[in-house]
Design a protein around this ligand. Structure first.
Ligand code: PLP
Length: 395
């Protein structure tokens, strides 16, 4: 017998992947230069040259250990180097002993959620709409319920009244993601402080930890002059999930890490549960070659200006056409209000113009589409007449 839930997940691709696959068909038919695939956040800024150089030199000089198993949680020295870098850069006080190397942020999230939920189906995990659709998959896999908090549609920060109301005695964890996929919005320190204050009050009221999981694959893809507030400095029961996928243009290499805050209540037990969850999910010993690459790419990013130029270009030019666009502060996305209520219908219509825009329903809100800002600058510019034609269709 096969698992029906898994069958359904496997048979029904995410809206993003579905469009990505349709894009491939369209490209074969019309030529890739004539299809504007704004569907998937595949970074296009070249990977920093130091990464390719270090891959070669590790493969040539490091001996057999480079291909061997490391500790399940990752190489100890690499974990210490990550901690030293973060403590220096973000004035944090994290410890290598509480870091777990992961196969990208997806594994980091799955492990964290499995570790901090009881496994009994009453547990609730809060996400802020609009959110990365795979959160629902990972939360359900931990046998917990997804609870969605509405956004404030003016700012795309959380609606804090709704947040307060949605926290219950069953709330185990809350996920935040800044800069955000799909809106590009960055949570400034005062927003995070407000969010953490609410959580601390609720922890007292319900007398148990509520874990704050900060999903940070876009941490360095920031276009505004703001300092990144490291969540462990603001909230004790926190877990940071990071990935090199987007910042260093290596999404296919599947490497990242998670950190349990040193100040977390019973931190060593939480970390042991992380190790247990990693073991139970089969996420042990992340790819060795890329583990040993980490010390060479801490703080090294691809050319973020490519994304910034595209993001601001799309924001300004689409606004001129008449679209309402959320001003992006970072990440790889621009969030656009559809000129009609039905985002699925709008996305379908856009396909007729060879424009691939992801409808917002799977992000937990209606009436928007998401476009990536990581196509080439040339391709992004050439898409503009198509956006104009599409807009004019609804005039
Ligand atoms: N979290 C967010 C918000 C994302 O956008 C993504 C990928 O697009 C992930 C997690 C997964 O990242 P990774 O490729 O490192 O698994």
């Amino acid at each position: 017998m096969i698992n029906k839930d898994m069958l359904s997940l496997g048979q029904n691709r995410s809206a993003i992947r579905e469009l990505f696959e349709q894009g491939k068909v369209l490209k074969e038919k019309y030529g890739s230069e004539n299809v504007f695939d704004f569907s998937i956040g595949n970074p296009t800024a070249p990977c920093p040259s130091i990464i390719n150089e270090k891959i070669k030199s590790l493969a040539n000089n490091a001996g057999l250990s480079i291909h061997g198993y490391t500790s399940a949680s990752g190489d100890k020295n690499v974990r210490e180097e990550i901690a030293t870098y973060l403590n220096k850069t973000y004035d944090a006080s994290v410890s290598g002993y509480l870091i777990y190397l992961t196969v990208g942020a997806a594994a980091g999230l799955s492990i964290s959620l499995k570790a901090v939920t009881s496994g009994n189906s009453d547990d609730e995990v809060i996400v802020f709409a609009p959110f990365f659709p795979e959160y629902s998959v990972f939360i359900k896999n931990a046998n917990a319920k997804v609870v969605t908090v509405n956004p404030d549609y003016e700012t795309f920060y959380p609606d804090f009244d709704d947040f307060r109301n949605k926290i219950t005695k069953n709330t185990s964890a809350v996920i935040i993601n800044s800069p955000n996929n799909p809106t590009g919005v960055f949570y400034k320190k005062e927003i995070l402080t407000k969010l953490c204050d609410i959580l601390s009050q609720k922890e007292k009221e319900f007398n148990h930890p509520i874990y704050l999981i900060s999903d940070e694959p876009y941490r360095e893809i920031l276009f505004i002059d703001e300092k990144y507030t490291f969540i462990t400095n603001l909230y004790d029961n926190s877990i940071v999930v990071y990935s090199f996928s987007k910042t260093a243009s290596v999404p296919g290499e599947r490497i990242g890490y998670l950190i349990v805050n040193t100040n977390c209540k019973n931190a060593s037990e939480v970390y042991a549960a992380i190790c247990g969850a990693g073991r139970s999910l089969g996420y042990v010993c992340a790819t060795s070659l890329f583990q040993f690459l980490i010390p060479h790419c801490l703080g090294v990013t691809s050319d973020i200006n490519i994304y910034k130029n595209n993001a601001y270009f799309l924001y300004e030019e689409l606004t001129k056409i008449g679209y309402e666009v959320v001003k992006p502060d970072g990440a790889l996305y621009v969030f656009i209000k559809a000129p009609i209520d039905d985002d699925n219908e709008f996305s379908k219509k856009a396909l007729e113009y060879n424009l691939l825009l992801v409808p917002s329903e799977s992000f937990g809100v209606r009436g928007f589409v998401r476009a990536v800002n990581c196509l080439s600058e040339e391709q992004t510019k050439r898409a503009l007449p198509k956006f104009t034609e599409l807009y004019n269709y609804y005039k």
